[in-house]
Ligand binder design. Sequence first.
Ligand code: TYD
Length: 204
Amino acid sequence: MKGRFVTFEGIDGAGKSTHIGWYIERLRARGIDVVQTREPGGSALAEALRELLLAQRMPIETELLLMFAARRDHLERLIRPALAAGQWVICDRFTDSTYAYQGAGRGAPGERIAWLEAWVHGDLQPDRTYLFDLAPQLAAQRRAAVRTPDRFEREDTAFFERVRHGYQDRARADPSRFVVLDGEQAVSTLRVLLEEDIVTLCNT
Ligand code: TYD
């Protein structure tokens, strides 16, 4: 039995939260043993770091290091043991978020992120990444309808444009790992695509 590591990505409001719970139910219906988790967070220490990261203003270098500190703890305590036990780990955001937000969004050099990534989890990459792609203006409208914004969500449209392009560059660089989903499409249409991809993942 081989575990799988699946990540959900996209700018805030693009739709990943709408689909992740449903996706996990579909896996469970197939008898797959699933662990749902998120970043930053997923372990007690990483959840404490999440609170700091989402609330406090800080220099980008500090933000980047805290993201990877949280990730390291999450990997060691939850992700690696679950995969070793044959479980599927479904993670809301992972290192592609760091390239998109801290890199493309805030201007942290890509080589620096790559160096931290190689150090923290060079041996482990997601088997599949779903990228929910949506224009920042539409995503902002959706967010405004459902919640009060955290520190990242208060950024302006130009920031989210950069983040979106950062994600698109990541997807272009690794087309076999990424499935890019058009966030403007109906929920039911996207679910058909996700269901088809579950079949693909189960057979690989
Ligand atoms: P998210 O869990 O999507 O927020 P919510 O609970 O409101 O749906 O993500 C929290 C924020 O963290 C999101 O705005 C993006 C940011 N983030 C980064 O900037 N870099 C990272 O590496 C990660 C994992 C998240």
